[in-house]
Design a binder for this molecule. Structure first.
Ligand code: SF4
Length: 448
């Protein structure tokens, strides 16, 4: 059957869609980029933002009419929202044929068959303590970066988060199996690997920890860079920081989600670190890697957050000077601990005002940090032609900063670029001409 698959939400969902493609293709289904030509419509959903929920319900409404006109059309909702809001989906959109959570993808071919032949709905919400999909080779879009999920689920139970309920308990893949996948993506031409997990740095496989895994993946021939996302600040042992500092293939960028700067709010969020501990970690990271770039996630307006609490978040953001930040207003998610324990009591207009102040402060800091980049020369991994100007290229520094420049290069090249200007979020530069040639000569010499 012709399958149309649309993905919402985080990178883990994108990765899961690559798994779904692989599973369905091996069962002789084909994928189509056109919703109009599809016989099966699958929506791989996210449970993090309310806005995303409403978008899904809107699309399901639209598909109701289509199902009346197109006999046999199969509509399925997959992923985190399917797991966490299954009752609501079945009630609000009874025309949906398949509702399947993140651990049920291997059963999708069977679920499609069941709805197709028996014209009955098929639901699967079982969460597994073991499923890691390590036996499935994701069907990736060719490019420079390959995502590799090294673990699934989360045991942290931050009070605002649905992930432990939608993706189940934390379980890691075997190190040897991940290295095999890294070798495969290198042989397919990918130059960079980003290790992926909800709590990526708590990876554990027998005696191996996350530092061992990073080291092993960085040794795969053809891989120039290794990144990871998203870590938890509580899981940065010295061993990991030393490994990052010592190995040039391990990128000097850490996305370190702070969430809030007040100890009271951090405690209610159950983040398990204090403001002081977070700042001490930042100091340790910078002592070992002075050039590191730090980015973060911030939530404002969490339950019980006072003006004084919020001021403390602003203070920490100023003190750390993050390179960039994703800023969010707290929005209560059903079935989370926060929804059961704390009233969502910060008025909407206060949340909005705090969000604006936070975003404004981060904008100033990002501007200052971009100004400080002027004149520096960085090694840039070329990714794609620039969207704004097809004659230019977009690449990223080791620190994950996007750089636009001109040059006779191709995706996957490593080139040196001098930073000459900056926009709000992007650096602009000029290639240091002889560098790529020198690098090629060096690589050829190594091969000999
Ligand atoms: S660490 Fe916290 S925020 Fe991240 S996925 Fe786990 S519970 Fe959610």
């Amino acid at each position: 059957m012709k399958v149309y698959l649309e993905t919402y939400g985080c990178q883990m969902n994108e990765y899961d869609s690559e798994l779904v493609r692989s599973i369905l293709t091996s069962h002789k289904h084909e994928f189509t980029p056109s919703l109009d030509h599809a016989e099966v419509v699958l929506l791989n959903t996210c449970a993090i933002r309310e806005h995303a929920h409403e978008k899904i319900f809107y699309l399901l409404d639209h598909l109701k009419g289509r199902k009346r006109r197109q006999k046999g059309l199969v509509v399925g909702v997959l992923g985190c929202m399917a797991q966490s809001l299954r009752k609501e989906i079945i009630e609000r959109a009874p025309h949906v044929d398949i509702v399947a959570g993140p651990d049920s993808y291997k059963r999708l071919p069977m679920l499609i068959e069941a709805t197709r032949h028996h014209t009955e709905q098929a639901f699967d919400f079982s969460l597994s303590e073991f499923e890691t999909y390590s036996d499935i080779a994701p069907q990736r879009v060719p490019g420079v970066n390959a995502w590799i999920a090294i673990m699934r689920g989360c045991d942290n139970f931050c009070t605002f988060c649905v992930v432990p309920y939608t993706r189940g308990r934390e379980r890691s893949r075997e190190l040897a199996n991940i290295v095999l996948e890294a070798e495969r993506v290198a042989s397919e031409g990918f130059r960079q690997i980003t290790l992926l997990g909800q709590n990526v740095n708590s990876y554990r496989n027998d005696e191996y920890d996350f530092a061992d895994l990073m080291q092993a993946v960085s040794e795969v021939s053809g891989i120039a860079r290794v990144r990871f996302t998203s870590p938890h600040p509580k899981d940065f042992p010295r061993k990991l920081l030393h490994a990052m500092a010592a190995n040039p293939k391990l990128c000097k960028h850490i996305h370190l989600p702070l969430q809030a700067g007040s100890d009271g709010v951090l405690e209610r969020m159950k983040r398990t670190y204090t403001r002081k501990e977070f700042l001490a970690l930042v100091a340790e990271i910078r002592a070992l890697m002075p050039e590191v770039s730090l980015t973060t996630d911030l939530i404002c307006g969490f339950c019980g957050e006072t003006d004084a609490d919020f001021e403390q978040t602003l203070e920490v953001v100023r003190e750390v000077g993050f390179d960039s930040a994703f800023t969010f207003k707290y929005s209560e998610r059903k079935n989370t601990m926060a929804s059961r324990q704390f009233p969502d009591d910060v008025p909407e207009e206060v949340k909005q005002e705090r969000l604006l102040r936070l975003a404004e402060l981060q904008k100033e800091i990002t501007h200052e940090r971009n100004v400080a980049e002027l004149g520096k020369v960085y090694e840039v991994l070329v990714e794609t032609p620039s969207k704004k100007d097809g004659n230019q290229w977009l690449g990223r520094t080791d620190h994950f900063k996007p750089v636009v420049f001109s040059g006779n290069v191709q995706a996957g090249d490593l080139v040196k670029v001098r930073i000459e200007a900056h926009g709000a979020n992007t650096l602009m530069g000029a290639m240091v001409r002889d560098y790529r040639r020198t690098l090629r000569v060096y690589q050829e010499a190594c091969c000999v």
